[in-house]
Every structure is written in C-alpha cells, then in structure tokens.
Write a protein that binds this ligand. Structure first.
Ligand code: IPE
Ligand code: IPE
Ligand code: MG
Length: 248
C-alpha cells in the first residue's frame, strides 16, 4: 500500500486544492468542458474519501472563483447545478464520516437553490468534528481581504476596534472563516504554477505542490504523492536550517 511510506506524525493538518484542468481533460478527449466538470465531481468524492482515510484534518477545495463568474453562462449554470447536486447527494456520506462542511467566499452571489443546499449542509454538519471540508465558492483572495477591511473599518467606526490594536492575528479574525487554520500544503492540478486569487492571506508559508495531473484524473495516489513531497520539505518560516533543526 502506497500510503505506508507516509510519515503519520507529519501529516499536513490542512490541505487546500486548486482543482484545475477539467476543461482541458475534456477537450483532450473530444468532450465538452461540461463533461470535464462532471468527471471532476468523481475526483472530489475520491479525494474527500482519501483525505478522511489518511487523517487530514481540513480539506479546502477551490470550486469556483469570483473570476469564474465571467465564464460563458452555460458553463456557469452547469457548474452551479453540479454543485447543488453534489451537496444534496453527498450529505449522507459526509454525515456518516463525521465531516463538517464549511464555505468561504461571497456566498450571497450564489443562486438561491445552491445557497439552500449549502446552508443545509453547513447547518446539518455543524457539530461534526472528525474532519472539515471547506468549499471556496464564489471566492477571491483579494476580495476576502477587502471584505475583511470593510468589516474592520465598521468596527473602528463603532469603537469596537482601534488601529493600534490591529496586527496579523487580529486582522485574521476579519477574514471569512477565522476558525480554519492556514493550509500547510497547497496542491494545484493541471500543471499551472499560479495561485489564481486563492487564499492569498492564508498561504503566506504554505508549501506548494503543482502536478500535471488534470483534476478529473486526480486520485488517492496523487494525494499521497503530494503529501510525500510536502514531507520532504524543510519549512523554515524565515529562519535558518540550523535553527529549525535545533528546535526539533
Ligand atoms: C477547473 O477546471 C474548474 C473550475 C475552474 C471551475 P477548468 O474549467 O479551469 O479547466 P481548464 O483549466 O480550462 O482545463
Ligand atoms: C482556478 O482555476 C479556480 C478554480 C479551480 C476554481 P482557473 O482555471 O479559474 O484559473 P486560471 O484562469 O487558470 O488562472
Ligand atoms: Mg482552469
């Protein structure tokens, strides 16, 4: 079994994934982009199951960016439909596995029917504590920071916060979901080395793993490879290697 090689003592607590390459996967097969998104849902199922089996505490999936609203209407509609269906169909399994669903993004922009399914999943899974599954939906990292600044300024106006007391930790409390820890590992499928407006604040010291694998082909073995890559890194957080070794 491939996961034997993983060091169970040094698993990333939080894995975040930019699920990219659905369109190219489909185009390579002469299928429509939509078919690629449909197939991508199978990867979501498989990867959630795998992350749960491996003991990953938090899995964040970038499912739809704010910029993705600019895609052709049909494609946006299809993605929203898939999301709604996924949330509806997967809820039982998510409950069985003790997984808490969370969501970050400008959720108010989602169609009401998607919002309904999402709210249902968020409410129903609220007390689950075995693992958390975070969906980044209608999400943008810059917009998250701007939304946080707005909330902060409102608190300042009302005398609930003051400029002198704002540091990184205090500001983090104004982001979409301050309870979610920063990702330790960020995976991007589809081969592109960019972050595409994902979790800009939270990935300050995240290890990044880019794989050529298109999202619809991504499975447990690929997740294990990414974690093995993560485990081969030395996270120095700005210090020297000697300091890091000395503090172990
Ligand atoms: C990722 O696949 C899914 C979403 C962005 C919603 P893409 O649709 O971006 O696939 P490519 O990058 O065009 O292959
Ligand atoms: C990032 O993929 C967004 C999601 C995976 C949801 P994109 O396909 O939208 O990113 P770009 O356009 O290649 O940067
Ligand atoms: Mg893409």
């Amino acid at each position: 079994m491939v996961e034997r090689r993983l060091d169970p003592e040094h698993l990333p607590r939080h894995v975040a994934i930019i699920m990219d390459g659905n369109g190219r996967w489909a185009e390579e097969r002469g299928l429509s982009r939509i078919e690629g998104h449909r197939e991508g849902i199978e990867s979501v199922r498989a990867v959630l199951r795998a992350a749960h089996e491996l003991g990953i505490g938090t899995l964040t999936l970038y499912a739809f960016s704010l910029e993705n609203w600019n895609r052709p209407r049909d494609e946006v509609g299809e993605l929203m439909g898939l999301l709604e269906r996924y949330l509806e169909e997967e809820l039982d399994e998510v409950m069985r596995n003790g997984i808490r669903v969370r969501a970050v993004g400008r959720l108010e922009l989602l169609p009401p029917s998607v919002r309904e399914q999402l709210d249902r999943a968020l409410a129903k899974t609220r007390d689950n504590d075995e693992m958390q599954l975070v969906f980044a939906l209608s999400y943008g990292g810059r917009q998250e920071i701007v939304d946080g600044v707005r909330k902060l300024l409102r608190d300042v106006e009302q005398g609930k916060a003051s400029a002198d007391h704002i540091d990184e930790k205090a500001f983090s409390a104004y982001l979409y979901d301050p309870e979610v820890p920063d990702p330790d590992l960020l995976i991007r499928t589809g081969g592109e080395s960019r972050v595409s407006n994902f979790l800009l604040w939270q990935i300050a010291y995240t290890e990044i793993h880019v794989t050529e694998r298109m999202w619809p082909d991504f499975r447990k073995g690929d997740l294990v490879d990414a974690i093995l890559d993560f485990q081969s890194r030395e996270r120095r957080f700005g210090m020297t290697s000697a300091q890091v070794q000395g503090s172990k």
